[in-house]
Each structure stands twice: as structure tokens, then as C-alpha cells.
Design a protein around this ligand. Structure first.
Ligand SMILES: *Cc1c(COP(=O)(O)O)cnc(C)c1O
Length: 376
């Protein structure tokens, strides 16, 4: 078997232990004589798995009784729609804080439903963006004084880590901006479980699985029960958080294989020492990688301000596009894949999700030193 070093931005690499565990369970899950995909989602074996993954999330994140844990489908993009569907009644307004592309997408989806009642509360974008009148060219998170939250808004939405731009708020939520008493909703897709996280400022967080949690097909939504109580009721059952909560996320057939694999990933996180261990592991990788960038700062141009640099996705440019293509091709020869930047911004992106091995980052950093010396 020849597995490569996969720095892809999502779907990203998964822990080898989680995949190896799945090999047998695909054929015969826990000695039941049936593969995991073949089990009824209402049967005993799947029910135990379903309870186990919820328990793992609850213990890793230290969730108390105030939270509802939902395991849904449709990815983070479905949440862009489901959040306004659930929380914006006929007159209601919502605020969006923009620090990159994904926040823009969330806003655009809300505007499709409620038009101008979805408002920009603050942005760190500087150029013409994906949404009319909004900014692209994000190189940092917003400063607190750049955000004005409408006290009458039903929620304010933000993105903890902007995957495309490599811009991350970090782990001091209270200081991101002042939301007053307005519930804060956060897309945590690309830094979920990357470090111990204080969820106290949030009313709802959601994470598409395929960055840090498992394969695509699953999105985890953590919602506070008191916020959920404010949801509108006139909407299709399948899109209603309340209906999903009432049915323990088993209103219809869940993505059983994705849930199963996420269980394996979560138990791997636990085995390694939980979120504090993930934080140490990720901090070490990011330090190594950014040091390689900064050693050749004329050659590897990292646009993001240092205090907003993402621990999960590092982005940089080389002097020319031809050099970027040569970089990607030479890296592939060394067994390093997934380094091309997002198609909307170009350049290079190194994703350093939980499952990315520290040794891969060390190898990449050495490759970068070498490449810059030869080409620079
Ligand atoms: C990848 C990503 C998304 C989109 O996820 P889908 O599952 O493809 O809908 C949204 N937000 C963030 C922060 C992401 O990283």
C-alpha cells in the first residue's frame, strides 16, 4: 500500500487508524455478519453507534445539557440555507460577519430568502467579492471595532476559519466582536475539534465533516436548546432543527457510513489525548510550516496577517504562476498532494487538518526550503 501525503482542503486526509478499523466493519460490523452500510438505522447495532458518536462529541467538547447534538446531511452549504429557514420569520433580520468566501456564501444564501434583511455587520474584505458590494481579498479577521451588530437581529453569523483564504479567528471567541445579546451562529467546518473550544459565546455551531471529522455526507450541528426554542415552525420537516432534535437526528435515514467513519475519527482523537493533544499537534505543524514560509518570505508570499493566520489552512503565492505549477508538480513527485490553492484565489494552500501527520509537514517544509533555494 502506498498512501501519499495528502494536504487536500476537503475532503481531507483521514487518520489511518480510522480507515483500517473500517476495513473489517465494511464487511462485518462488530461481529453482526453485516457490513456497517447494510444495517438498518433503526436496528440495535446502528443505534449503539449513533449513541456512541453523540457521547464522543459531548465528552470531547465538554457539552452540557443545554446543547442539542444533531447529525445531519447536505454539508455546511445546507446549513447556509437551514439557518435562515429556521430562525428568520417574516420580519426577522440577521447579521453576517465576513472574513472570507464561506461567510459570503452563507450571506448570499440568506439573501436569496430574505433579501436585505440579511445584512453585513462587518467585513475584513477589501476588493469586489463574490456577492455584490461585498469584499474579497481577505487577509485578516475583522477587528472588533469593525463590527456593529444590530441588536434586533435574530442571530449574527460568522466563520471561525475561512478555509479558502487561510484566515482564522483563533480560540478566544469572546473577543472576536461584540454581539451584545444577539445569538452567535458560527460555521466551524474547517477547525472543528482542532483545539479545546470555548463554546459559551455561541448559540449554534456547525461543521461539515470532510475537513476534520470524517468523509463528506455528514454535518454536525450543535444548537442550544433555548435558541432552538425560537425557531419558526412553518417549514418542511426535513429542514427543521426542531423535528430533527425531536427524532434524535433519525427523522429519516442518516448518512450511516459517514457517521460510522466519524465515530472512528473521534475515537482516534480521544486515543491521542483529546482536544488538548490536537491543539499541541496542530500548533506544532503550523509553526513548522509558517517558519518555512517566513524563511523565504520573498519567495513564498503569505498574504494573511500573522495574527490571523490559520492553523488549519496556510495559503501563499510564489513569484509566478509558472513557478506555482512547478512547485505543485515537484511536490507530487515527492508524494505530496492536494497543494493547489482554491480555484477562486489560486496559489498554494497547505491544509493541516488533525489527521495530517506532523512528519508530513516536516517533509513539506524541507521540500519548500529546497525548492526556494533552487528556483529563488
Ligand atoms: C468546506 C467548507 C464549506 C462547504 O462545505 P460543503 O460541505 O461542501 O457544503 C463551508 N464552510 C467552510 C468553512 C468550509 O471549510
Amino acid at each position: 500500500m502506498a498512501r501519499v501525503m495528502n494536504f487536500g482542503a476537503g475532503p481531507g486526509t483521514l487518520p489511518l487508524a480510522a480507515l483500517e478499523r473500517a476495513q473489517e466493519d465494511l464487511l462485518d460490523f462488530d461481529g453482526t455478519g453485516m457490513g456497517i452500510c447494510e444495517h438498518s438505522h433503526r436496528g440495535k447495532a446502528y443505534s449503539a453507534l449513533h449513541a456512541e458518536i453523540k457521547a464522543l462529541l459531548t465528552s470531547l467538547l465538554g457539552l452540557d445539557e443545554s446543547w442539542e447534538v444533531l447529525l445531519l446531511q447536505g454539508g455546511a452549504s445546507a446549513q447556509f440555507a437551514q439557518i435562515p429557514m429556521n430562525f428568520l420569520g417574516p420580519e426577522a433580520r440577521a447579521d453576517y460577519v465576513l472574513t472570507g468566501t464561506w461567510g459570503e456564501h452563507a450571506l448570499a444564501e440568506a439573501r436569496r430568502m430574505v433579501g436585505g434583511r440579511a445584512r453585513v455587520a462587518g467585513t475584513s474584505g477589501t476588493g469586489p467579492g463574490a456577492v455584490a458590494h461585498l469584499g474579497a481579498g481577505y487577509t485578516r479577521v475583522v477587528r472588533p471595532e469593525e463590527v456593529t451588530v444590530d441588536p434586533g437581529a435574530s442571530y449574527v453569523h460568522c466563520t471561525s476559519n475561512e478555509t479558502v483564504h487561510g484566515v482564522q479567528f483563533g480560540h478566544v471567541p469572546g473577543r472576536w466582536f461584540d454581539a451584545g445579546a444577539v445569538p452567535v451562529v458560527c460555521d466551524v467546518s474547517s477547525d472543528f475539534l482542532a483545539a479545546p473550544t470555548d463554546l459559551s459565546p455561541f448559540s449554534l455551531v456547525y461543521a461539515g465533516a470532510q475537513k476534520n471529522l470524517g468523509p463528506s455526507g455528514l454535518v454536525v450541528v450543535l444548537v442550544r436548546k433555548d435558541f432552538l426554542a425560537r425557531a419558526v415552525t412553518h417549514l418542511p420537516n426535513i429542514f427543521s432543527y426542531a423535528v430533527q432534535a425531536k427524532n434524535d437526528s433519525l427523522y429519516n435515514t442518516p448518512a450511516t457510513l459517514s457517521v460510522y467513519l466519524a465515530r472512528n475519527v473521534l475515537s482516534w482523537v480521544g486515543d491521542l489525548g483529546g482536544l488538548p493533544a490536537m491543539e499541541a499537534r496542530n500548533h506544532g505543524k503550523a509553526t513548522t510550516l509558517y517558519a518555512a514560509i517566513d524563511r523565504a518570505a520573498e519567495f513564498y508570499r503569505a498574504p494573511v496577517e500573522k495574527t490571523s493566520r490559520s492553523v488549519m489552512n496556510a495559503v501563499f503565492r510564489l513569484p509566478t504562476e509558472a513557478l506555482e505549477n512547478a512547485f505543485v508538480a515537484a511536490a507530487e513527485k515527492e508524494g505530496m498532494f492536494g497543494l493547489k490553492g482554491h480555484r477562486s484565489v489560486g496559489g498554494i494552500r497547505v491544509s493541516m487538518y488533525n489527521a495530517v501527520e506532523p512528519a508530513w509537514i516536516s517533509a513539506l517544509a524541507a521540500f519548500m526550503d529546497d525548492f526556494a533555494r533552487k528556483a529563488g
